[in-house]
Ligand binder design. Structure first.
Ligand SMILES: Nc1ncnc2c1ncn2[C@@H]1O[C@H](COP(=O)(O)OP(=O)(O)O)[C@@H](O)[C@H]1O
Ligand SMILES: [Mg+2]
Length: 377
């Protein structure tokens, strides 16, 4: 989880979408297959200008001001994935350098080696090299910098200082605490929060229109719910869904991502709070196998569902704790079936707490009415 509770792609929730999008991403140049262009939509619809970005208007306005005054500082963009960090700096760079982009911008991301040697050699060589006929300040973009070693970050600190007269750095990461404080303090920080639902909705509609996609209202809501403010995820789901189905509806969105349908979660929840342990387990396991759901996705759905029932605190916190434990163990690779058992057991325990609470309440009420009768007698 990121610091604002935004899930960092527990990617089990979108396995098929990711796979289809990965297939598209393997053709970044938009190779035509079977008469259809498979350019990934995240690239096709990447904002080209700062004006194309749909959210974070205050950040964009500030950066625009820096650029207009020719005073772009070193920057640090942080926040959950798919919120426009990379797009923002690329749009800035395109605006600032135009055709000189290639020679003035060095972009390194997690797939490039960025150990201490690269920082010392490649980055230093790039910022040192003088440009014939151009005097501008160069830009070094270090995308996904969370994965840089701290030795490399320390080396970077020196380079940033040494070459601040001819280069600016933009460090991009998901978790700001993975960046050493010495680098943080040399940068102006911008936090990119998850995109708002209405922004996501508007953009998804625009893209559906330009792709001539039939997008139903409930499909749009499903995209917003599953996207959780991550536009990359929304676009990947939309693209894979449109490849597999004629219509992007709630059902096709849930099926593409392998996410349990809300109706299945409702049914599972009612089984778990009424049936006995053994019966509930058999039904849940049958659901998991017949629909191909991952237990972690069932947990996510049940967790969201549990939050809206009006249970007393003791029972609810017991249930949430049990679900969280099972989710954690699944992330370590424990058996799906056994963890499903733990989920069923967690519900049984929470129900026991609930019953005890009701029993205690009834006893208290009986005692109170007994006292009243005595007093009257
Ligand atoms: N603020 C935004 N406005 C418009 N599109 C966005 C925005 N944020 C993300 N997107 C879409 O999501 C894709 C991924 O965005 P990106 O900038 O790479 O995210 P990040 O670097 O924050 O993970 C982009 O191609 C774009 O289509
Ligand atoms: Mg990025």
């Amino acid at each position: 989880m990121s610091e604002n509770g935004d899930v960092e792609m527990h990617d089990a929730s979108a396995p098929r979408a990711e796979a289809a999008a990965a297939a598209a991403a393997a053709n970044p140049k938009g190779t035509v297959i079977g008469g259809q262009s498979v350019l990934p939509w995240v690239e096709k619809y990447r904002p080209q200008k700062l004006d194309d970005l749909i959210a974070h208007h205050d950040i964009i306005a500030t950066i625009q001001r820096f650029i207009n005054q020719n005073k772009l500082p070193h920057t640090l963009f942080h926040g959950p994935p798919g919120t426009g960090k990379t797009s923002t700096i690329l749009a800035c760079a395109k605006g600032m350098y135009g055709p000189k982009f290639g020679s003035m911008v060095l972009e390194l991301n997690a797939s490039d080696a960025r150990g201490i040697d690269v920082v010392r050699e490649q980055i230093r060589t790039f910022v040192q090299a003088r440009q014939l006929f151009s005097t501008g300040i160069k830009l070094v973009v270090l995308d996904e910098a969370d994965s840089m070693t701290s030795a490399a970050q320390f080396a970077l600190r020196r380079i940033m200082e040494q070459y601040s007269s001819n280069a600016r750095f933009c460090i991009i990461c998901n978790y700001v605490n993975k960046i050493i404080p010495a680098l943080q303090s040399r940068c102006t920080k911008f936090r990119f929060g998850p995109l708002g639902d209405s922004d996501v909705r508007g953009r998804a509609k625009e893209i559906a229109a330009s792709e001539q996609l039939s997008l139903t209202d409930d499909g749009l809501e499903a995209l917003v719910t599953l996207g959780r403010g991550d536009m990359r995820r929304v676009l990947n789901i939309m693209q894979s869904c449109s490849m597999a189905f004629d219509e992007v509806s709630a059902e096709s969105v849930y099926m593409t991502t392998g996410t349990p349908l809300p109706s299945d979660i409702d049914e599972a929840f009612s089984v778990l709070i009424t049936d006995g342990v053994e019966e509930a387990f058999l039904k849940m396991d049958a659901l998991r196998i017949s629909k191909g759901y991952a237990v972690v996705d069932l947990i996510t759905g049940l967790f969201a569902r549990a939050k809206v029932v009006k249970w007393p605190t003791a029972a609810l916190s017991m249930l949430m704790g049990r679900l969280a434990d099972a989710e954690y163990r699944l992330s370590l690779g424990c058996s799906e079936k056994v963890q499903l058992g733990a989920v069923v057991g967690g519900f049984a325990e929470a129900r026991a707490v609930l019953e005890r609470g009701k029993g205690a309440q009834a006893a208290a009420a009986a005692a109170a009415s007994g006292q009243q009768q005595q007093a009257q007698g």
